[in-house]
Design a protein around this ligand. Sequence first.
Ligand SMILES: Cc1cc2nc3c(=O)[nH]c(=O)nc-3n(C[C@H](O)[C@H](O)[C@H](O)COP(=O)(O)OP(=O)(O)OC[C@H]3O[C@@H](n4cnc5c(N)ncnc54)[C@H](O)[C@@H]3O)c2cc1C
Length: 437
Amino acid sequence: MQKEVSVIGGGIAGLSAAVFLAEKGFKVKLFEASPKFGGRTYSFFDKTIEAEIDNGQHLLASWYKDTFDYLKLIGSLSKLTFQKKLRVKFVDKQAAEYLFECPNLPPPFHLLAGIVKFKALRYSDKRALIRLVKLLKKDKLRELESMNTDRLFSETGQTERLIRNFWEPFIIAVFNVKPKDTSAKMFADIIKTGFLEKGGSELVLPNDSLSNILVTPATEYLKSKGSEVLSNCRVTKINFENNRISSIITEDNKEFKSDFYICAVPFFEFKDLLGESIHIRVVKAGNLKPSPIVNIHLRFEENIDDVFKERFVGLLGTNVQWAFRTAKDMLSLVISSAGEIAEMDKELIVETALKELKMCIIGFETKKLKASRVIKEMRATFVPDKESISSRLDNTTIFENFFIAGDWTKTGLPATIEGAVKSAKNCAAEIEKSINN
Ligand SMILES: Cc1cc2nc3c(=O)[nH]c(=O)nc-3n(C[C@H](O)[C@H](O)[C@H](O)COP(=O)(O)OP(=O)(O)OC[C@H]3O[C@@H](n4cnc5c(N)ncnc54)[C@H](O)[C@@H]3O)c2cc1C
């Protein structure tokens, strides 16, 4: 008989878990609390900007293999642009440009060649960087679990300029925190996956809205497979009986029963949903801390592609770290690890961002702003420091029909789309395994 699975939470983890299971022939019911699916990745039509915008610019990488499997299933893979080689242009406050480009050589030679030519670093910085990469490649570094990257950098002689112009922009982009809050173990693993394995380091850019790529095709796929997708349907209680979940209750007091249950809510909602007594049995470790991201969408009176020729650039030494051209007259600016900035008034954020843009990119002084929209995601990701490692949960639990998905589970990855999908794939595989046993 067809087995039924209830999935709680319609973010990328919940959607992809539902898709993987529907594809394997399960009957899936997806419960999403809010009116929209997608969780922390979504798009909407903004009346001020007069365009469809994303809640935050998302960038993928060529090592996002589970994400690509998910996108293949829902028919969205062609909506991504894959870089042929890693190429990022940086600009600084003096409008000087620095190209970081890794030629098509086998790893790690592509990275070494990119570093040698990267003019934002001097000879001594490059030597220090290559030394660290070699240590990582040869697995020569010990006790990485017990330190954050600031200590790793000081122990391996990473120079100030190297940290400022290379490691910090990289870490903030990937982990959404500064080096002092990034686990050295997670950093080392990402460097290995992204730079030391073949085909891992190129960037992958969305060329449609996040909802059109990651969300709507998934709900359509689920419906086509006979699954139910329920929005505005918050699960308020999970009923446990012995070592199983017996049912779940939604906010309109309806009870649903199925063979398996996947909880795919974010880390900050998990405890409330489980209830204190169960939470203590499932989670023996501490809690994760959130880190914000601020996204600033700007629409100009005229086209900007005459002065902003790249698809995106990295900014060095400014609050804004990335600028993406999203239309001929639009930019999306990203401030990750946005602690203090996220507390500022939106008008002041726009003013600060525009000032930085004008300093870094010649030609913006004459461009007139038409409209802006600031989106503050206060709990965009969790802080991936050394303490976070023991706070992340396995996808299986002590309850035999209960599984946990989400970017914050024990995937070894920072809070990313790939982490969310990887956790979902694990849950789907565990459910299949438990049927076959
Ligand atoms: C601004 C921003 C920029 C980012 N940039 C990148 C990037 O460039 N690259 C990258 O890979 N990642 C990026 N991320 C991270 C990425 O978006 C997340 O890691 C991923 O979307 C998390 O998915 P999730 O399904 O685990 O959680 P969520 O997206 O949080 O989904 C959880 C869902 O559960 C629902 N829910 C909660 N409680 C209940 C309940 N009781 N009943 C039913 N439903 C419930 C919520 O409404 C939500 O829809 C970014 C995130 C943000 C916010």
